[in-house]
Each structure stands twice: as structure tokens, then as C-alpha cells.
Design a protein around this ligand. Sequence first.
Ligand code: GLN
Length: 201
Amino acid sequence: VPAAPTSSGHPVVGVLALQGDFREHIGVVTGLGAIGVPVRKPEELDRVDGLIIPGGESTVIDKLSRLYGMADAVKAKIAEGMPVYGTCAGLILLADTVLDAIAGQQSFGGLDVAVRRNAFGNQLDSFETDLDIPAIDAEPMHAVFIRAPIVETLGPKVEALAALDDGRVVAVRQGPLLGTSFHPEITGDTRFHQFFLRTLS
Ligand code: GLN
């Protein structure tokens, strides 16, 4: 039996490293004093206290994770209650229902939400805005959206953490699962990652 990963007092955060901006997440959590490790193989999931699923392309991450046996392994960890944070494509992969998916696209699921891919269309592919996220901090957070999804329907156990001015939900929490449509890993604002790390204790 390997030593408990938290024995050093620093949580070990795995970042699913099949595609997307996993390096940025590893950089952020490392800067916050956690141990950020890329995760590509199922057995590597046994050595982490929590998992981040990065932004990128959900269709590609889905295909690669099924190819490498990661999809079932991640689903099992979610079922065991492992804290998981998904950004953008990562949020899509955590959603029980994916709208505007490509044919055959699957998700790990766990979040009782329906998420629509590429929800802002071609006109507004990418944009930035300030969001109020009262569960995290009184000061608003600058958020970057890149071909982003929105959370279209939320199950009864899902809490909306942030919404755009028009009411569309862009950050959610359900127990140990956290998801954002935007990318805190690229703005230098680490409050969302700190919020996630606090759930790993
Ligand atoms: N549009 C991408 C997808 O469907 C997500 C984009 C992102 O992660 N920045 O996976």
C-alpha cells in the first residue's frame, strides 16, 4: 500500500493530461503549494487527492480517455466521491447531459446538469467579463471564455455559483464536483483553484 498522498501536508492534484491546457493547471496548483501531477493512466488516479479536467476539446479528451481506459477510471473515482474540478471542456466532460455533442460523444458525468457546447456561437466565440462569485469572494473575478459551454439545466442538488448578466449559468458545484465554463487557469487569478484545494484537505 503506497503512503497516503497527503502525508506531506501538500495535497496531490492530478490534472488529466490527454489534451488541452493541463500545463497551466499544474502551474497554478503548484504555485499554491499543492503537488500538481499530470495523469494519463488509470493507476495514476490512485495517487491523487483530487482531479482537474482541463479546457481543450471535449470530443478529443473523451475519445482519448476511452482509448486509454481513463474514462471508466475517472467515473469510478467520481462515484467514490473524489473532488473533481472541470474547466470548459472539463465541465462538458463532467456533465450528465451534453447538448450539441458530436455523434457518439460521451462524458464521464457526475454533475446533474445539461451543458451546451459552443453556446456562444461564431459571433461571440471568445470573450471576457467580470463575474460575481459570492460563494468564493466578495470581489468579482475576471473570467475568460473560449468557445465556452453554458449550463442550461441544473438538477436539484446543483448549486449555481456564477451567472452572466443575462442569467446564463457558468459555474456550478454539486458536492465535491466543481465546474466552470471559463478558464481561471489562464488569468493569474487563483481564487477558484484555492476554493477547489480547500475541498481536498
Ligand atoms: N468547445 C470546446 C469543447 O466543446 C471547449 C472549449 C474550451 O475548453 N475552451 O470541448
